[in-house]
Design a protein around this ligand. Structure first.
Ligand code: DGT
Ligand code: CA
Ligand code: CA
Ligand code: ZN
Length: 568
């Protein structure tokens, strides 16, 4: 089995366990194993010891091994014997979770989305806890169900969230409101949007929200919550009184794993924690908490930024006041990888320079594609020299910024580079990357990239795994080996900020940083507005615990200039 199929199978195991009502921890184990495999840059099949993967223990390793070798793992076989597999799809309908799917199956024999869609009107409304409205909604969802599942990219999610948030905040009954959920944690893709609000008149706010122009469909509507669909995306608004805002915001920011780990800590301190507040153990008397800061301080923890709330060591670090001093957008002093209309970009040297100036950058490196990449109008050596002159001239024009000429040079199939070293030596900065021959196998790919890293002019490897979110899996490569070699050759690795790349992924960025490798956070912008994607790269770096000291382009100009002069 390929990694994608393994991931799907692991997620199926988790969902079936949820339908069955297994304990949260067992389920989480499978979800996390799925995440680890999906972030893995090479076939799981070829790994000797699968427990080396983050969050993979002996049990899940055996399951992954079975799947990789095309055997059905016992746990999956058992679950499939017990539970109709079609129910997995039922859990993907809006408003139907695994528990509901389980009930539909037990109580009226529903075994698939199709069967659900064929039910007579009234068959759901007859069940306890279902009304006419929820029946209508579920039946419609089942009848219009489209099996291709797609999660939102950060730019779409952010734009939609800002629009909706603007509406909520401008309502007179709204005291304050924020984005919660995965978007607040800046996950690389977003399932649905969660918004929380504080109000002394929740009903007025809820009613206004349900009546907003952007609402395509109402899934639920009460005085403290309204769930809607807008442009095909579910948006959940939850409202509380201002004194309980901290508890609500914290709970719905998640992640669920973080919340659970925090709850465990609370229990050890004889406290219970829920979306309603904090209670002395055993009293059930939840006192609302107005701010997140207060929740953390009541638990003797430093404030944990949302991007770190994934239960990957943040609670331990917060307890020791040892959280990282996370990178912020203004720490970034320049962009080292942008394109112009010399190759496949839409901006000119000048228009890109001006966009960079308006972001307050001190330097900008133009890295157009190299000669063999014909599809992207790659530059012949002669055109590269022409461009070098043009960048030098433009640099004279602008006092506000240092303009530099580099290249995004292709790493050819054998690991050699797409320009002679003599030409690379004339450039200020060289980014190397793969755009062709993706399927050469893990070993050959790793060798190929290692060879490029050993070139004395290559400063960073762009989008090191080649994945495109929602579209293309990473190519097979041993990223841990690349990290070792990056450290040995003093080559940086790029965190490409383009929303559909965000490559390297979080676990690898974290691994690189711990190995002492520096990263470049670049936008790979092909037009002026894409320079603004830097915020997504920074967000991902924060999720990987990155401090500015680990980022090459956080160096102020004089130090960056020094860094260039010094060579590798
Ligand atoms: P998404 O929407 O798939 O991108 O991911 P999230 O993290 O936004 O997940 P979502 O929308 O299902 O729930 C938002 C947050 O609410 C989640 O991060 C944690 C909290 N939450 C939701 N359901 C549960 C639950 O059953 N238990 C706990 N402890 N927290 C939950
Ligand atoms: Ca969500
Ligand atoms: Ca949600
Ligand atoms: Zn590029």
């Amino acid at each position: 089995m390929q990694n994608t199929e393994i991931v799907r199978a692991l997620e199926t195991v988790a969902t079936l366990m949820e339908i069955k009502g297994e304990t949260y921890y067992r389920i989480l184990g499978y979800r996390r194993a799925a995440e680890s495999v999906s972030a893995l840059g090479r076939p799981a099949r070829e790994m000797e010891d699968l427990t080396e993967l983050p969050h993979v223990g002996a049990t899940t390793a055996m399951v992954i091994r079975d799947l990789a070798d095309d055997r059905t793992p016992e746990i999956l076989a058992d679950l499939l014997e017990e539970i109709p597999p079609g129910l997995v799809e039922v859990t993907r309908l809006p408003g139907v979770g695994p528990r509901t799917a389980g009930r539909l199956w037990h109580e009226i024999g529903v075994t698939s989305v199709e069967a659900l869609g064929e039910l007579e009107e009234g068959s759901l409304a007859a069940l306890k806890g279902f009304g006419k409205k929820s029946e209508e909604r579920i039946l419609r969802a089942a009848r219009t169900y489209n099996a291709t599942e797609r999660r939102l990219l950060l730019d779409e999610a952010t734009a939609l969230a800002e629009h909706v948030l603007q509406f909520v905040r401008s309502h007179p009954a709204c005291e304050r409101a924020e984005i919660a959920g995965s978007l607040r944690r800046r996950k690389e893709t977003i399932g649905d949007l969660d918004i929380v609000a504080a109000s002394n008149d929740g009903k007025a706010l809820a009613d206004a929200f349900a009546g907003a122009q952007f609402v395509d469909e109402i899934l639920a509507h009460g005085p403290s919550k309204v769930f809607i669909v807008c442009g095909g995306v579910e948006v959940d608004l939850r409202i509380v009184e201002p004194e309980a805002y901290g508890s609500l915001l914290h709970h719905f920011t998640g992640s669920q794993a973080h919340n659970i780990a925090l709850r465990e800590r609370a229990v050890k301190m004889s406290l219970n924690i829920s979306e309603y507040g904090l209670a002395e153990a055993g009293t059930g008397d939840y006192q609302p908490v107005a701010s997140e800061a207060e929740i953390y301080s009541r638990l003797d923890l430093a404030f944990i930024p949302p991007e770190l709330r994934e239960d990957t060591g943040e609670i331990r670090a917060a307890a020791k006041a040892d959280l990282p001093n996370l990178l912020e957008v203004p720490d970034v002093r320049g962009d080292l990888h942008v394109h112009t209309n010399y190759s496949d970009g839409r901006g000119t040297i000048q228009s890109m320079a001006e966009a960079a100036i308006s972001l307050g950058y001190e330097y900008l490196v133009f890295c157009d594609h190299s000669q063999s990449l014909k599809v992207a109008n790659g530059l012949s050596p002669a055109r590269l020299k022409e461009k070098l002159e043009a960048v030098r001239a433009a640099d004279e024009e602008y006092d506000e910024i240092h303009l530099l000429c580099g290249s995004e040079v292709d790493i050819l199939k054998d690991g050699s580079l797409d320009y002679e070293n003599a030409l690379l030596a004339e450039l200020d900065f060289v980014v190397a990357s793969i755009h062709t021959s993706f399927n050469i196998g893990e070993e050959a790919m790793t060798e190929r990239m290692i060879r490029a890293m050993n070139n004395p002019y290559v400063r960073t490897i762009a989008h090191p795994t080649g994945r495109i979110l929602n579209r293309r899996e990473p190519y097979a490569v041993d990223v841990s080996k690349l990290i070792e070699e990056a450290a040995a050759t003093n080559t940086a690795l790029e965190l490409n900020s383009y929303v559909d790349r965000l490559d390297l992924s979080v676990p690898y960025v974290r691994e690189a940083i711990s190995a002492g490798v520096r990263i470049t956070i670049d936008t790979d912008a092909h037009d002026e507005t894409a320079l603004g994607f830097i915020k997504f790269g920074v967000a991902q770096a924060r999720r990987a615990w990155v401090e500015k000291e680990s980022v090459v382009n956080c160096l102020p100009w004089p130090e960056f200039e020094e860094h260039l002069k010094k060579g590798k």
